[in-house]
Design a binder for this molecule. Structure first.
Ligand SMILES: C[S@@+](CC[C@H](N)C(=O)[O-])C[C@H]1O[C@@H](n2cnc3c(N)ncnc32)[C@H](O)[C@@H]1O
Length: 274
């Protein structure tokens, strides 16, 4: 299997707009399949509702969007942070019924029935995974669906940043119900055996993201996570890999003071709303 190609110069760069735009300007887009991802194509073929409001974040060259339009979907939005790419997309899709947004997914507002994931999650620093779950939950309408493909393997460096089905199930629990998460059967050769196809249904509870300060080790991270999970009504809690954000899923809104009380045993722990 050909190795999945990493980034242009170094993998320690800030993965911001400049980074991604440089990738497109240098035409260094090793992730680009040149066609709709086969597992995602199979998934799209099962979507019956052609007027569903669909978002594709970090859309790249937009093969999935192109496929949706060919299949008669009428309400497709794509968003990407790279200006060079988005200019190309606007030319490519000129006159087509598609909404093309230049911007940061995390600053995007809207309500969608379906969000399609294809090598966007793995392009983000892993410390943003809690924020990704929170934002996906926010952007989906009630009973909305997040579906697509995730890497089911690790990489030495990233992007792409890998993960496992086990880790993803833990991450999304509480906020989403797993309808399907399984090995993809029809990946392109270089990703064969390394992808999971998934479909997650938004749960109607409360999902909130908080800033956190004071954690210095993974032991404390684990202890604090357990304290939040033990709060009545909390269905899941997790803390980002850089210890700066906490994701809390719950049956109802949990007062901030309840979360603060749970970590009040050590004054260096501070939790506040984002
Ligand atoms: C690895 S590429 C994948 C592109 C496309 N999904 C594909 O599979 O060909 C990641 C894409 O996410 C975009 N991206 C990265 N961070 C983003 C953000 N915060 N908001 C929107 N797009 C972002 C990049 O510009 C890039 O096009």
């Amino acid at each position: 299997m050909e190795p999945e190609k990493c980034c242009t110069v170094s993998c320690d760069l800030t993965l911001d707009q400049t980074y991604w735009d440089n990738q497109y300007q240098a035409n260094d887009t090793g992730w680009d399949l040149g066609k709709v991802s086969p597992p995602l194509q199979s998934h799209i073929d099962r979507i019956q509702h052609k007027n569903a409001k669909i978002l594709i974040p970090g859309c790249g060259n937009g093969y999935e969007a192109e496929y949706l339009l060919e299949q008669g979907f009428t309400n497709v939005t794509v968003i990407d942070i790279a200006p060079t790419l988005v200019e190309n997309l606007r030319a490519k899709f000129a006159g087509k019924p598609i909404n093309i947004v230049l911007g940061d997914f995390f600053a995007h507002d809207g309500q969608y029935d379906i969000i399609l994931e294809q090598t966007f999650f793995c392009a983000l620093p892993p410390s943003l995974r809690q924020r990704y779950v929170w934002k996906m939950h926010q952007l989906l309408a009630d009973d909305g669906m997040l579906a697509g493909v995730l890497f089911n393997r690790d990489f030495e460096t990233g992007p792409p940043f890998g993960g496992s089905v086990r880790e993803y199930k833990q991450l999304f629990a509480g906020a989403f119900a797993v309808e399907m998460m399984a090995d993809a059967q029809n990946s392109v050769d270089k990703r064969a055996g390394a992808e999971a196809i998934f479909s997650l249904r938004k749960k109607n509870g409360h999902v909130a993201l908080y800033h956190f300060e004071g954690i210095t080790c993974s032991g404390c991270q684990q202890t604090i996570t357990e304290k939040f999970k033990a709060i009545d009504g909390v269905t899941n809690a997790s803390i980002s890999t850089d210890f700066s954000e906490v994701l809390v899923a719950s049956e109802r809104e949990i007062p901030l003071s309840t979360l603060q009380d749970a970590v009040a045993y050590d004054e260096k722990y501070q939790i506040r709303k984002r």
